[in-house]
Design a protein around this ligand. Sequence first.
Ligand SMILES: Cc1cc2nc3c(=O)[nH]c(=O)nc-3n(C[C@H](O)[C@H](O)[C@H](O)COP(=O)(O)OP(=O)(O)OC[C@H]3O[C@@H](n4cnc5c(N)ncnc54)[C@H](O)[C@@H]3O)c2cc1C
Length: 382
Amino acid sequence: MDYKQYDLTEEQYMIKDMVRKMAEKEIKPYLAEIDEGHIPDSVWQAFVEQGLVAMCYPEEYGGIGSSFLDIVCMQEELARVDTTCAMLSGASMLPLPLVMFGSPEQKEKYLPRLASGEQKCCFALTEPDSGSDAASIKTTAIREGDCYIVNGNKRYISFAEQSELCILICKTNPEAGTRGINALIVEMDSPGITVGKKESKMGAKGASACEVYFEDVKVPVANRIGGEGEGFRLAMQSLEKNRVGVGGIAVGLAQGSLDFAIQYAKERYQFGAPIAANQGLQWMICDMAIKVETARHLVYKAACLFDQGHPDATKLGAMAKCYATDICMEVCTDGIQVCGGAGYMKEYPQERRFREAKLLQIVEGTNQIQRVVLGRKLFGKL
Ligand SMILES: Cc1cc2nc3c(=O)[nH]c(=O)nc-3n(C[C@H](O)[C@H](O)[C@H](O)COP(=O)(O)OP(=O)(O)OC[C@H]3O[C@@H](n4cnc5c(N)ncnc54)[C@H](O)[C@@H]3O)c2cc1C
């Protein structure tokens, strides 16, 4: 199948412009507060009012039904100002298994309130003894009549404390390996669910990551996404797509660091001239720009391939997440170096960006795991 799109459409440039202006107005004034761990309600309200949340949901369920590339562009522009808020907008992507594979009844029941921003949804896969090796989860969902009884605990679950719904990945048949895993839609106010410790994190502190405990939680069989035992496959397919959004966030974050570095290098004088006049420093910034631009193209291309249902989408998605987040770490490191001591100080945004960049190399599958995925695509089974 051919890859059909090269540049963004006029409408996509308009989305980027609109989101950039919105982020400057609604998020920038609160950056310090957000970095302390609190996102003002007004930010989510602005996302809802400007249609950013609805973009992630199909039109027939109250959304706008934007293309995946549109959504990635939106996340990129938010991250240019703040990664945490881009992750919050990305929280609208966490119910992807429901959006992609839910039954019409499940979508009818749950999507309208997610699309309107009335409810949020978290995605719970990771456990204390199961991270990269996702198939080794121990949380069980044992069938009893027309319900599953869920027991176990999850950790590092983003937005668990703010969410009314959870897409829970759990084992129904421990003997059946990846075919013994289900994806369930769980209502977070169900008896037996406790949201536990909120982790103290290095960065992106406004996006809480919590433990979630399940003790004899009853979940109707009707809330299973897909067929019995299909949960692992559906979860992996959702992650394969969602991680391109992380690539988009990385591009935006790196662009923010680059923008600041250019401005600082023009305004900071040493030896009687702007520091940008030193070729050694200028070239460092040029390399930052090259990395951001190449990552942007790869991320956009991967998003397009997902929109087209292209067979190479998974491969390009792993490349895009891995490359964009790796260069983001490099760019945000150099973004501090360009600013010298000021780059290290909390008064300026570069040190925050550095802390946030590290996270992106870990979430939605670490970059080592992206290389495992890519290796499988390149070499098959050896
Ligand atoms: C802030 C934050 C938010 C998160 N939000 C969520 C969420 O909402 N929902 C959710 O389910 N999870 C979430 N996670 C969990 C995240 O997806 C995991 O942390 C990630 O998948 C890695 O798992 P782990 O931390 O257990 O690391 P481990 O799997 O223990 O890995 C440790 C190291 O070993 C490497 N490694 C492991 N296996 C291999 C291999 N085969 N080859 C090479 N290297 C390997 C890893 O790359 C890593 O460097 C979040 C994590 C963080 C930090």
